[in-house]
Design a binder for this molecule. Structure first.
Ligand SMILES: [Zn+2]
Length: 253
């Protein structure tokens, strides 16, 4: 068996000199598949270069990150729509609402999210949801999109949110934050069925302990799996098998 990193930004500048090595290191650590969520029009080219170099390992998604939603958002959405027509993508993402970094474009963030949810529905794709300080608002919106599936990536809600999200058919992405003391995430992981969890690094961000503060890598996925196994009192193999099967079902990879 092997692991899947369901969220990695390998195309960012942090990896520009060694993304190939980073994928090779992941493979050495049994992390054989990596989902690449997009940020905006500026990241598409670099993302697809990586996906083309590792067609059996790296799987691109397409979408506009809520923090990239600015004045020109309708042009950006057009680009996403065109990409979906011409290139194979495995999800629409990452998309969502982020009220933490900047609240200037809240209205536009909502329009962009709904537009991209429609695209996911049209193309029969799962969605990768980014939510920061916006869990209640997103759950309200998702109620209008019954039948869509996907993942709430880098989950940061409370237990009630986790239960609502999973009852809507979504999975919960668990990052290295689960290894941080007092994050509260381990307590939620303990109570959520392993079938509803996906592993993710969100690299280059959020390195698990003992790498906290340094660049994150897909190769560190086993550290997150190990922590989940410990918290849930199951074997790491069970975490590996279940989360991999779930990710393969969600993204059809
Ligand atoms: Zn991300």
């Amino acid at each position: 068996m092997y692991f899947i990193d369901s969220h990695c930004h390998l195309y960012l500048k942090e990896f520009q000199n060694d993304w190939k090595k980073s994928v090779e290191d992941a493979l050495k650590n049994k992390v054989e598949k990596i989902i690449l969520p997009n940020l905006d029009s500026t990241s598409i080219l670099a993302m697809n270069e990586i996906a083309d170099a590792f067609p059996n390992n790296c799987f691109p998604a397409i979408g506009i990150h809520p923090s990239s939603v600015k004045k020109n958002y309708s042009e950006e959405l057009k680009i996403i729509e065109e990409e979906l027509k011409k290139t194979k993508y495995f999800a629409v993402g990452e998309i969502g609402l982020d009220f933490y970094w900047d609240k200037t474009y809240i209205k536009e963030q909502k329009i962009a999210l709904e537009f991209q949810l429609e695209l996911a529905r049209k193309y029969g794709l799962p969605v990768i949801i980014h939510s920061r300080n916006s869990m209640d608002e997103i759950i309200e919106i998702m109620k209008n999109y019954e039948g869509l599936t996907g993942v709430f990536h880098c989950f940061s809600g409370n237990l009630k949110h986790a239960e609502e999200v999973t009852s809507m058919g979504f999975k919960i992405g668990i990052t290295g934050v689960v290894t941080y003391k007092n994050s509260g995430l381990a307590e939620i992981v303990k109570k959520i069925n392993i079938e509803n969890l996906l592993l993710e690094t969100d690299a280059p961000f959020l390195s698990p302990i003992p790498h906290r503060g340094k660049r994150n890598e897909s190769a560190y996925i086993p550290l997150i799996a190990e922590k989940i196994a410990e918290v849930k009192n199951i074997t790491i193999e069970e975490v590996e098998e279940t989360t991999t099967r779930t990710a393969e079902e969600v993204f059809k990879i």
